[in-house]
Design a protein around this ligand. Structure first.
Ligand code: ARG
Length: 460
């Protein structure tokens, strides 16, 4: 028998205890790496052929066997065996079963330590590329929605109190900036992850005349690891990814909090399509925003994975330790969660229905143009601090009267704020006047939003 766990027992006289076998096995979750594992093995094997460690015939048989194994796993006919511990030994075991003695040569000049580090980096690179594509689509969707709402006026908030009018397009561009930074963090992470550990062996390199540069080229890595000890033990890339993912989830959670608020009866700024909502098993009238709530909730698990990975690494002496096997489940789940939330966002964002009337009505309430009034008085010559006081008195008076500032007679405004108040004050007291006056870079005026959208299209 070539394929039982004796292949890796080495000096041990006993088979592992059944409990130990179950406890140490990772194949239940790392089987997910089979495509990367086989890709890496094919590249390694071809390199061994190029440097003369394997013959051309041996390389052909091994590559052919590995491709057959990939097809078996794709088809679901492959039999996974816990006693073979992990994806690497399962594939190698099957290779020996399929092609015989030659299969035993694949692992020449390699260890599972550099092998698994290679597999996880390949996996993460693929995952990041998929996530980047989703993020690009979401960035574009945000710009399209912002374009439609470049002049839709809503209240901007501080302390969740209506503060100053803004345009909804401008608000969406704030989300855009967050996600653009998230994308940048992923690109940084990708660059540092895209380094080949293969060749590091178990920890100290190998005595064979390997050519890792050619392996890196075949696998699309930008560089070869500079230090074998670091190559097998480094999991920074998993932590960096989780940190970037956690930050993105924090942003999504904030957006979703806003969606939930805006979708509530009290705000009624937006309506989420029925197909993105769920009902209640008891209250027939309910239309619950479960999707944004769930995204908000899922932020927690990704934060948890980040902390798990940081903690996993903090006590490890160089080089590889079995602890590292624990990197996979948090990383996989961080990827799955982020992908799932991005897909949900991509479904949700373009389909948000905006009630522009409700937004405008809320923007008009709450004296949101009081600052514009103060700025007006400054332009008429008052120092800002005096203007601030005068407008404060005007607001207090309006509150007493139960009126908005622009509903007060000009005479009253003059009495409260000074003789230089003229009829043109009513232009600055309107929400449209307020947003239109903020025309600068980063400002909320429809014109500024249009320019920002055009510039943003070149940034994605
Ligand atoms: N399943 C292991 C992991 O995920 C593969 C490497 C095992 N290496 C070892 N020396 N036991 O880390």
């Amino acid at each position: 028998m070539n394929t039982d766990s004796r292949q890796i027992r080495g000096r041990l006289r006993e088979a592992p205890d059944a409990l130990v076998e179950r406890f140490t096995a990772s194949v239940a979750f790392d089987r997910r790496l089979y495509r990367q594992d086989i890709r890496g093995s094919i590249a390694h094997c071809r390199m061994l052929g190029r440097v003369g460690v394997l013959t051309g015939g041996e390389v052909d048989r091994i590559v052919d066997g590995l491709q057959r194994i990939r097809a078996e796993i794709d088809d679901g006919t492959f039999v996974w065996r816990t006693e073979l511990e992990d994806v690497h030994m399962n594939v190698e075991g099957r290779l020996v079963e399929l092609i015989g003695e030659t299969g035993k040569k694949l692992h020449t000049g390699r260890s599972r330590n550099d092998q698994v580090a290679t597999d996880v980096r390949l996996y993460l690179r693929d995952a990041i590329d998929g996530i980047l594509a989703q993020e690009n689509a979401l960035l574009a969707a945000l710009l399209d929605l912002a374009e439609r709402h470049r002049a839709t006026v809503m209240p901007g908030y501080t302390h969740l109190q209506a503060a100053q009018p803004v345009t909804f397009g401008h608000h969406l561009l704030a989300w855009f900036e967050m996600l653009l930074r998230d994308r940048g963090r992923l690109l940084d992470c990708r660059a540092r992850a895209n380094v080949l550990p293969l060749g590091a062996g178990a920890l100290a390199g190998t005595t064979f005349p390997i050519d890792p540069r050619s392996v890196a080229e075949e696998l699309g890595f930008d560089a070869v690891a500079e230090n074998s000890l670091d190559a097998v033990s480094d999991r920074d890339f998993a932590i960096e990814f989780s940190a970037a993912a956690a930050m993105t989830m924090m942003h999504f959670s904030r957006w979703c909090e806003e969606l939930v608020l805006w979708n509530s009866q009290r705000f009624s700024f937006i309506d989420l399509p029925d197909r993105f909502c769920t009902g209640s098993s008891i209250m027939p009238q309910k239309k619950n925003p479960d999707v944004p709530e769930l995204i908000r909730g899922k932020a927690g698990r990704v934060y948890g994975h980040l902390l798990a990975l940081l903690t996993l690494m903090k006590g490890q002496p160089l080089a590889y330790n079995k602890d590292n096997q624990e990197d996979k489940e948090p990383l996989f789940d961080a990827v799955d969660t982020l992908e799932g939330c991005l897909a949900a966002m991509l479904g949700l964002v373009p389909n948000i229905e905006v009630d522009a009337q409700a937004m405008r009505a809320a923007a008009v309430e709450g004296f949101t143009t009081a600052t514009d009034f103060a700025d007006y008085l400054v332009r008429k010559g008052q120092p800002f601090r005096d203007a601030h006081g005068a407008v404060g008195r005007a607001v207090a008076h309006a509150v007493e009267q139960g009126k908005s500032l622009d509903a007060l007679p000009l005479e009253t405004l003059r009495d409260l704020a000074g003789p230089d108040v003229e009829a043109d004050v009513f232009d600055v007291l309107s929400v449209d006047g307020s947003v239109a006056a903020r025309e600068h870079v980063g400002g909320t005026a429809p014109e500024a939003v249009s320019r920002a959208i055009a510039a943003a299209r070149n940034r994605i």
